[in-house]
Design a protein around this ligand. Structure first.
Ligand SMILES: Cc1cc2nc3c(=O)[nH]c(=O)nc-3n(C[C@H](O)[C@H](O)[C@H](O)COP(=O)(O)OP(=O)(O)OC[C@H]3O[C@@H](n4cnc5c(N)ncnc54)[C@H](O)[C@@H]3O)c2cc1C
Length: 296
């Protein structure tokens, strides 16, 4: 197993999977089943999200540790600036290192439930770029950052948001995972901007295979992603039939990845929602492009 994400970026293509910490025992069972299935596909890494304000700290660590030590795959732990001062971030990094976790996705984070604005903790960090710099100075972690093809929802000025993405890169990031995006034009635009700015690091495109119409409304609310007309038409047509909706969502993701590959974007991060079958189905249809993946 390659431990650091930057050791993996020499490959032509890349596939990674994102999980979130489960809240219930049923959810726990589901995520461990999904880890077992998706691990057998030989992806490049798995990432585990970190709930607003550290609300999932324990479960996030449990899952990240299980991925690293039981499943023995490369793991990226998401960490945020919310509610943590510099000493607490150092402690968190030490804890991750203790569990053998060698990579983080460094984020500012969203405010805890019920709060609208992010508040910088005393002796903490205001922006993800500050967190990235601190991690780079205080650890040997591989560091990923978030990028927003459509701009970040709090910043109406996309050029200004891109400037701040470059600041995170300058602070020491090894790669970018993009916000989920359904419109490839935005992903190609972000990639071009990075190339033009001389930013020589991998951009991993965030792909969300849609499986139901209710979930997509919530996802759009949280991410600010736009829904292209053809996707909206499909959601309207198939939204009432879970089976047809999932089939359509799978086809949409397959076509999206195909087009990105043709245009030179070759790194992909799948938002799995802790499920395995749909992500597997998408990649199975694309298997000739990903020779390092295995299928059950
Ligand atoms: C792949 C991915 C995974 C995620 N995982 C999680 C997770 O596990 N847990 C979680 O809580 N959230 C997660 N998020 C959501 C993320 O935390 C939010 O989008 C958050 O609002 C911004 O985080 P950031 O790291 O992009 O922040 P930043 O890069 O700090 O940007 C935040 C805002 O500040 C602006 N900005 C940045 N620097 C400056 C500056 N110097 N001056 C003025 N303005 C500035 C930016 O334009 C932006 O509007 C994830 C997002 C993505 C894309």
């Amino acid at each position: 197993m390659k431990k650091h994400i930057y050791d993996l970026f020499s490959y032509d293509t890349h596939v990674s999977f994102e999980f979130f910490p489960p809240k219930t025992n049923q959810g726990r069972k589901q995520i461990y089943q999904s880890i077992a299935k998706l691990k057998s596909m030989n992806p490049d890494f798995f990432s585990v999200t970190y709930g607003a304000g550290g609300s999932t700290a324990e479960t996030s660590l449990e899952i990240a540790s299980a991925l690293t030590n039981l499943a023995q795959v490369t793991c990226v732990a998401h960490i945020t600036c919310v509610g943590m001062n510099q000493d607490q971030v150092k402690e968190l990094l030490k804890g991750l290192e203790f569990h053998g976790i060698a990579n983080v996705l460094a984020l500012r984070g969203d405010p805890p439930k019920g709060e609208t604005d992010f508040v910088k903790p005393e002796n903490g960090f205001q922006y993800a770029s500050e967190l990235v710099r601190f991690i780079r100075q205080n650890s040997d972690m591989g560091i990923l950052i978030a990028g927003y093809p459509e701009g970040h929802k709090e910043n109406p000025d996309r050029d200004d948001d891109f400037k701040h993405l470059l600041e995170k890169i300058d602070a020491g990031a090894n790669g970018i995972i993009t916000q989920l995006c359904f419109d490839n034009a935005y992903l190609f635009e972000l990639k071009d901007k990075l190339v033009n700015a001389g930013a020589d690091l991998p951009m991993i495109a965030g792909i969300f295979p849609i499986s139901n119409a209710v979930q997509i409304k919530r996802v759009v609310e949280l991410s600010g992603a736009t829904i292209p007309d053809d996707l909206m038409a499909g959601i309207e047509k198939f939204g009432d039939s879970p089976e047809d909706m999932e089939k359509f969502g799978t086809e949409y993701a397959v076509n999206q990845v195909k087009e990105l590959l043709k245009g030179g974007i070759t790194h992909f991060h799948f938002y799995t929602m802790n499920r395995h079958q749909q992500t597997r189905n998408v990649l199975y249809q694309l298997k000739r492009y990903f020779p390092r993946l295995n299928f059950w």
